[in-house]
Design a protein around this ligand. Structure first.
Ligand code: HDE
Length: 712
């Protein structure tokens, strides 16, 4: 077997994976037994036209393997993309945690990250309105730590017991398996409208966070409150945050719908291409720390996963940075077979009693058994730690290791007591000794009953355009429901968040916000409890606004990796293009020439330029900005092809920056952008810096009112 050599910067994990990686180029085709193969095109037959012989072991080996190539897709988060990278610490935090990864600034801890959508199947489109998974495997010197988070800081439900109900309601309906990768249907809203604890995560899903521009431009959150344990055994509560260096940006719903048709792999491709181009995605890791003594200080329960701790109440301390710098060599072997378990922790990190987290500790190991088929899934190359992992577990399907020796039990004398235990001073793990003195009881804590305060805080904290997007999303989603009763319940519930929001949505649905709902909310209680006594608590206002929740307050300082469509045909002005090329050369943007046909075009200096895409094979929604260089002949050609006009109209509708030079202005007149040349992101004969500044802002949301009326 020829081993692949990797030219990328080596990490301990990449080196480890190379033991199992082989290079297709230069390899000789052989059977799984190492037999050289002479013909892989024809089966063994009785005569040229004869029946195939059972003897044909070559056919059987090939077909049998093929027949078993598929494994069950993940029950949730089936659709995903992964990448390798590393984590570096900025400054040690021994006062909070003894975890090696958070104490040694010289370490470059290898990581593997998998981003995903939740509800859709493995082949579903990337731009579904959905939560995104953000799961990170840290291959640390003390063992593997998995931080299995999402791109939203809270979850839909408070107790693991409700997870199958939640997922069954959002997945395609069981009778007809419709709709795919979409929450806009009756069963989901039936569940949500009866389970108000879902509202906080739900309003995040109605916001732009659910349709990110890129995996590289979204935040990540551990969601649950975890514990940090220092070397004195003291505990601090901690919440984990990933903050993307490119800021948090999203597309509009109209774009999302169109991107799903134009390139259903949009996010996967974006991640892959950025890494291949050496424009490595980066996130800073932040922690919110709450001392043990402050456990009950807040208006919400730290153990309730439907609540966030506003950053304005407990600041996020940035402690390190993650860089993703290598694409997987094989999607199935790495991205599909990677198994994340929230139960994978290291000394210095521990769990809390969050009832959702507690349930997850069971579920993930369990699901890998049916998904990967064996308790030895930790031996799959992507899953094995970078440190040795010896114990007395043995056998099982697909055992890959050969533990030698006479014993597989502890204690023993025959193997000198090995594998031996470690002392605490040698870095052994021990669980935090939490005092528990309680009744065994199947119930929900009263401290979890506030369902409206934080959705309302989130909505209040959004900018006007973000609020409008939320209202539009509710109107769309409920508009797709068939049952009036479900829509009305939802309207009443939305009113508990914000009555103007409810009125706007009601107007769009052609309904009225009900004054009351007939049946009270079915709080999370047992059948014998008095439902009326268990209604959600009244809305509180412990913070007027949390600016950190708004994407309007994110970073707008870079255009790196932004895709700029250059619409051009033969005869375009080279001098114009040259001016804008600095955006690629200096600022890391990606300029792509879109022309009437593929191949190449000639500029006015008679030079050949490779076309990146013909107008027929691409769409405006795949770009962040549009540039049209001058050149009489080029502009004439563009004006003759209606798709170029549609391209610019759509870019204008989606509030993107559009720049034209010289005769490009004539082209602009054919488009809606030409009617709004006073718009600050429609630029005529501007310099590259002005165009850069407009792209940096991601979108000109001031244009939204006009844009909404454009029939593109
Ligand atoms: Fe998951 N979740 N989850 N989840 N989850 C899975 O595990 C589950 C929850 C998250 O890229 C499954 O390996 C339960 C919260 C991510 O491979 C499964 C509950 C958060 C991924 C599972 C939750 C997540 C999963 C399916 C409620 C954010 C994808 C395949 C108690 C903090 C990981 C698998 C990847 C995947 C169960 C709730 C994030 C079935 C029972 C909260 C990012 O085990």
């Amino acid at each position: 077997m020829k081993k692949k050599t990797n030219t990328n910067e080596q990490s301990k994990k990449i080196e480890d994976l190379q033991k199992d990686t082989w290079e297709v180029k230069g390899a000789t085709m052989k059977t799984n037994q190492g037999l050289k193969i002479n013909d892989t095109n024809n089966s063994l037959k009785a005569g040229e036209r004869g029946a195939t012989l059972l003897e044909d072991f070559l056919l059987r080996e090939k077909i049998t393997h093929f027949d078993h190539e598929r494994i069950p897709e993940r029950i949730v988060h089936a659709r995903g993309s992964g990448a390798h990278g590393y984590f570096e610490l900025y400054e040690p935090i021994p006062e909070y945690t003894k975890a090696g990864i958070f104490n040694d600034t010289k370490r470059k801890t290898p990581v593997f990250v998998r981003f995903s959508t939740v509800a859709g199947s493995k082949g579903s489109p990337d731009l579904a309105r959905d939560v995104r998974g953000f799961a990170t495997k840290f291959y640390t010197e003390e063992g593997t730590w998995d931080l299995v988070g999402n791109n939203m800081p809270i979850f839909f439900i408070q107790d693991a017991m409700k997870f199958p109900d939640l997922i069954h309601s959002v997945k395609p309906e069981p009778n007809n398996e419709i709709p795919q990768a979409a929450s806009a249907h009756d069963t989901f809203y039936d569940f949500v409208s009866h389970t108000t604890e879902t509202l906080h995560n739900h309003i995040w899903v109605m916001s732009d966070r659910a349709i990110p521009r890129s995996y590289r431009m979204m935040e990540g959150f551990g969601i649950h409150t975890f514990r940090f344990i220092n070397d004195k055994g003291e505990s601090h509560f901690v919440k984990f945050h990933w903050k993307p260096l490119l800021g948090v940006h999203s597309v509009t719903w109209d774009e999302a719908v169109k991107i799903n048709g134009a390139d259903s792999d949009f996010h996967r491709r974006d991640l892959w291409e950025a890494i291949e181009a050496g424009q490595y995605p980066e996130w800073e890791l932040g922690v919110q720390i709450v001392p043990q003594k402050d456990e009950h200080k807040y208006d919400f329960d730290l153990l309730d996963p439907t609540k966030l701790i506003p950053e304005e109440m407990v600041p996020v301390k940035i402690i390190g940075k993650m860089t993703l710098n290598k694409n997987p060599d094989n999607f199935f072997a790495e991205t599909e077979q990677v198994a994340f378990l929230p139960g994978h922790i290291v000394p210095g990190i521990d769990f809390t009693n969050d009832p959702l987290l507690q349930g997850r500790l069971f579920s993930y190991r369990d699901t890998q058994l049916s998904r990967l088929g064996s308790p030895n899934f930790h031996q799959i190359p992507i899953n094995r730690p970078v440190v040795d992992n010896h114990n007395n577990q043995r056998d099982g399907h697909m055992q890959m290791e050969i533990p030698n020796g006479q014993t597989a039990y502890f204690p023993n004398m025959l193997s000198g007591g090995c594998p031996h235990l470690s002392k605490m001073a040698e870095g052994a793990f021990t669980s935090y000794e939490e005092r528990i003195d309680a009744r065994k009881i199947r119930t929900r804590s009263e401290s979890f009953s506030d369902h409206f305060s934080q959705p309302a805080l989130f909505y209040r904290s959004l900018s006007k355009w973000e609020q409008q997007h939320v209202a539009d999303a509710y109107t769309f989603e409920l508009g797709k429901c068939k049952q009036e009763a479900i829509k009305e319940r939802m309207l009443w519930i939305i009113k508990q968040i914000d009555s103007d929001l409810a009125s706007q949505v009601a107007k769009g649905l052609g309904l009225k916000v009900p004054k009351n709902i007939e049946k009270p909310i079915n709080q999370a209680i047992g059948a014998d409890a008095d439902v009326k006594k268990h209604q959600p608590g009244t809305k509180k206002n412990y913070l007027d606004e949390s600016p950190a929740l708004s994407q309007a307050k994110t970073k707008f300082d870079s255009i790196a990796t932004r895709q700029i469509a250059v619409l051009a045909a033969d005869g375009f002005s080279m001098a114009n293009l040259k001016k804008m090329q600095s955006l690629a050369e200096k600022d890391g943007a990606v300029l792509k020439i879109i022309a009437p046909m593929g191949g190449s075009i000639k500029c006015d200096k008679n030079m050949e330029h490779t076309v990146d895409a013909s107008i027929m094979t691409t769409e405006s929604v795949l770009f962040d900005a549009v540039y049209i260089p001058g050149g009489k002949k080029s502009i004439q050609t563009l004006r003759e092809n209606a798709k170029f006009t549609k391209f610019v109209n759509e870019a204008f509708k989606h509030c993107k920056a559009i720049a034209v030079d010289n005769e490009g202005e004539d082209f602009l007149k054919d488009t809606y952008a030409g009617k709004h040349t006073d718009d600050k992101a429609v630029l005529i004969n501007a310099d590259a810096k002005a165009f850069k500044d407009a792209i940096k802002k991601h979108r000109n949301w001031d244009r939204m009112d006009i844009a909404d009326k454009i029939p593109a």
